[in-house]
Design a protein around this ligand. Structure first.
Ligand SMILES: [Zn+2]
Length: 222
């Protein structure tokens, strides 16, 4: 690319709205709490990305809480400070031009597996089809170069779409932000169903549930 004229304003505005809408959905679905998590989106056809500003709740944020940066981390507009996790978001975008959106949330079921340092099995056909596999990124301090290197290392596997972050949360990537968001939902869903299925399989011969009517019938009453 000889010169980069910078992203067109109309396109940036649209992507700000997309980032806000997806972040609202993530919060409303309970995929993240407090001011945690940070989603980002590439301005299509450019080397610029938008990310949530630091210290903002995903459910409360509006377009003024999004920050435009280039892929080297230079903020392209005065005002807000980007999320402290910007370093590994940019590492993903730099190494894979096909990535258009990154979702980072802390959904409870997937995070429980990440705390246990295990990846859940892809228990249903939908998760197998959409996700194919699940990566696991080792623990490193938030915002550190070490964490950025670990995340970039995991996603250097071009087949990887989602990963758990040990004792932290999850990352989902996609050709656009909406696809990345759906993958985050599938990851949380398979983590939840895997745990529930294990509990069902662990039930004893009485199915773990004792119903009054069945007891009465067994005792010959009625
Ligand atoms: Zn996080």
């Amino acid at each position: 690319m000889a010169t980069n004229p910078g992203p067109a304003n109309g396109l940036v505005r649209l992507m700000r709205e997309e980032l806000v809408e997806i972040s609202h959905r993530a919060y409303q679905r309970g995929l993240v709490v407090g001011v945690s998590g940070n989603n980002s989106v590439r301005i299509p056809g450019t080397d610029a990305v938008l990310i949530k500003a630091t210290g903002v709740n995903q459910g409360d944020m509006d377009t003024a809480d999004t920050v435009l940066l280039d892929l080297d981390g230079n903020v392209l507009e005065a005002g807000r400070e980007p999320s402290k996790e910007i370093r590994w978001h940019l590492a993903i975008y730099r190494q894979n031009p096909g990535v258009g959106g990154v979702v980072h949330v802390h959904p409870p079921y997937a995070t429980a597996w990440a705390v246990a340092n295990r990846t859940p099995p892809l228990v249903h056909t939908a998760a197998r089809g959409v996700l194919r596999k699940i990566g696991l990124v080792e623990l490193a301090p938030s915002g550190s170069q070490e964490l950025a290197d670990l995340v970039a290392g995991a996603f250097s596997d071009r087949d990887l779409r989602v990963a758990l972050m040990r004792e932290h949360g999850i990352i989902a990537i996609g050709p656009d932000l909406r696809t990345a968001y759906y993958r985050a939902e599938y990851l949380e869903d398979t983590a939840k169903v895997a745990l529930l299925a294990a509990q069902v399989q662990a039930l004893g011969p009485d199915r773990g549930v004792s119903l009054a009517g069945e007891r009465a019938a067994a005792e010959g009453g009625g």
